[in-house]
Design a protein around this ligand. Structure first.
Ligand SMILES: Nc1ncnc2c1ncn2[C@@H]1O[C@H](COP(=O)(O)OP(=O)(O)OP(=O)(O)O)[C@@H](O)[C@H]1O
Ligand SMILES: [Mg+2]
Length: 262
């Protein structure tokens, strides 16, 4: 069993997820991750940024056992994910980058209910959770529609509803704002902030910091499968352009640079 960082819910600074010298190589020999050691504290709101192909999705998929390490370890609540991926998935919910790959139900309602049904909740509780989750992403009235007929943004909102309905202790969201228009972005962001204020641990990947970084407590930057920066957003944000990440407008305007010129 790998390093145990979990010290129990009464402790103020526990790592709910920890990766230790994590490496991943894909079957075609691409090095996806290289020596990633990160500890995520319970209740923390982290944004992981990086250019295309920097390893963000690969990292997230290790945090709930969808990918297993070539070497190194991942623990959730002190338990090795490799040894017990099911236990990890009960704590850690994930919204995938590709919303289509997350569709499991014949109807919008069934799709959002899939997670809570697997938690073996009673029918009333499932109904309540699904209704609330669909309301939260503004998909009421879509219950009987086929998920594959939804627009790209609606599919993403449905994927988010499915994870909201499970209320996992840790929420991983891979590019949650892609495809969303402004009102949907605000809705999803509100839900994320709500979950965070209720004590959930949030880890979001993006290469578009604008929408979310102002709310995050920590900014991790990845490049070529490695963690290259990790700290408070105010400390890290100034240097992100060198890793192919567009700095938020506020940072650029503060320096007199027009954002569209960067
Ligand atoms: N199944 C796979 N087989 C081979 N290589 C892969 C596989 N999945 C990802 N990769 C490669 O691993 C690297 C990291 O990919 P990953 O999807 O983690 O990047 P990302 O940071 O999420 O990028 P994006 O911003 O485009 O979503 C890339 O070079 C990618 O081509
Ligand atoms: Mg990705």
């Amino acid at each position: 069993m790998a390093v145990l960082a979990w010290r129990g819910p009464q402790d103020n600074t526990v790592s709910i997820i920890q990766t230790t010298h994590l490496y991943h190589r894909f079957a075609d020999d691409t090095q996806g991750l290289c020596d990633v050691s990160l500890a995520f504290n319970e209740g923390e709101f982290t944004v992981i940024a990086g250019a295309n192909g920097s390893g963000k999705t690969t990292l997230l998929r290790h945090l709930n056992g969808l990918l297993l390490p070539e070497s190194g370890a991942v623990t959730v609540c002190g338990k090795s994910v490799e040894e017990d991926p099911m236990a990890a998935r009960q704590q850690v919910g994930m919204v995938f980058q590709d919303a289509d790959s997350q569709i499991v139900g014949e109807t919008v309602y069934d799709d959002a209910a899939f997670g809570p049904e697997n938690l073996a909740l009673g029918r009333l509780q499932i109904n309540r959770r699904v209704t609330r989750a669909l309301e939260a992403v503004d998909l009421c009235g879509f219950e009987n529609k086929r998920p594959h007929h939804l627009s790209g943004g609606e599919k993403r909102r449905l994927a988010i509803a499915g994870v909201l309905a499970m209320a996992p202790r840790v929420l991983l969201m891979d590019e949650p704002f892609s495809n969303l228009d402004y009102p949907a972005t605000c809705l999803v962001l509100d839900q994320i902030l709500n979950l965070h204020s209720n004590g959930h641990t949030i880890i979001i990947t993006t290469h578009d910091l604008e929408k979310v970084v102002a709310h995050a407590q920590r900014l991790v930057v990845m490049a070529d499968g490695r963690v290259v920066e990790d700290g408070l957003p105010t400390e890290v944000i100034d240097g992100v352009a060198r890793y192919g990440i567009r700095p938020p407008c506020s940072v650029q305007l503060g320096k007199g640079i027009r954002p569209w010129m960067s």
